[in-house]
Design a protein around this ligand. Structure first.
Ligand SMILES: [Ca+2]
Ligand SMILES: [Ca+2]
Ligand SMILES: [Ca+2]
Ligand SMILES: [Ca+2]
Length: 261
């Protein structure tokens, strides 16, 4: 009897954990850079954290990535539209191939240069941050499919945060264009993150990709590379839980329908 009850609960679990719901869920993963030890601003989480060698000012702090039924958003104390020390926002890189090269795994600390290296990313939101229309509360982006011939600009100061900006490539295909928005919320409690004003950049539409299956890795940093924020769907922990759930289902089925000798 207990095992029969398990199946509806499993279905409810799957419903809420698969990325098809109407609510934004946090998809942040570890950015693979933590410096020495777990001191404040050099910890394994993303809030109140920047990368090794970066200034620890809150203005650099990227805090979380979120996903809402095809749409990607980023939250941080970093003002995506403003500049700090003349440093601006980079582009948003996406991989649909399941693995990318990031953080301490990059192993190439080259800074402020243009390279033919997409670090495993297969798409990029080329974001027109400078052209944002404050009155309309909207800006534009172009989504490109990229490949090994694509060039990117690396981060100015911290190469392990690469890539920073999309440049272009001979085989790149324009997937589509879209509109994004940036809001500033002065009440930190509303996001659950620590600090003062939290900015959200949202509206990055991944469903522009033909055959998109809601499975990707996303990456964003500033021109200096001071902070990196990464997201992944399905979240690695969710995949593990799904695996356990499927194992559980098969265990129930085996019990319910034993093989006849
Ligand atoms: Ca880090
Ligand atoms: Ca913070
Ligand atoms: Ca951070
Ligand atoms: Ca980070």
């Amino acid at each position: 009897m207990k095992q029969k009850r398990l199946i509806p609960w499993l279905l409810i679990f799957l419903f809420f954990y698969l990325p098809v719901g109407a609510w934004a869920s946090e998809i942040t993963i570890y950015d693979n850079q933590s410096g020495n030890g777990d001191s404040y601003w050099r910890n394994l989480s993303e809030d109140e954290e920047v990368e090794p060698g970066a200034s620890t000012a809150p203005g650099w702090d990227l805090e979380g990535m979120f996903y809402d039924n095809g749409h990607l958003s980023i939250v941080g104390e970093w003002n995506f539209l403003g500049t700090l020390s003349n440093i601006g926002s980079g582009d948003i890189f996406i991989s649909t191939q399941g693995s990318v090269n990031y953080g301490q795994d990059i192993g190439d600390d080259s800074t402020r240069t243009t390279v033919s290296n997409t670090f495993g990313y297969t798409y990029v939101f080329d974001v027109d941050w400078d052209g944002y229309d404050e009155a309309a509360g909207a800006g534009g982006y172009t989504l490109w499919q990229i490949d090994a011939a694509t060039q990117v600009t690396t981060a100015r100061d911290l190469g392990n945060s690469n890539p920073a900006f999309y440049v272009g490539g001979p085989n790149d295909t324009q997937v589509g264009t879209g509109t994004y928005h940036v809001t500033g919320d002065p009440t930190p409690e509303s996001t659950g993150f620590v600090g003062d004003t939290h900015y959200t950049a949202y509206g990055f539409d991944l469903t522009l990709i033909e055959g998109f299956d809601h499975s990707f890795i996303a990456h964003f940093t500033q021109a200096c590379g001071n902070d990196v924020i990464m997201g992944q769907v399905p979240e690695p922990a969710t995949m593990l839980l799904l695996g356990m759930g499927l194992l559980g289902t098969s265990a129930v089925c085996r019990k319910k329908y034993p093989k006849t000798p």
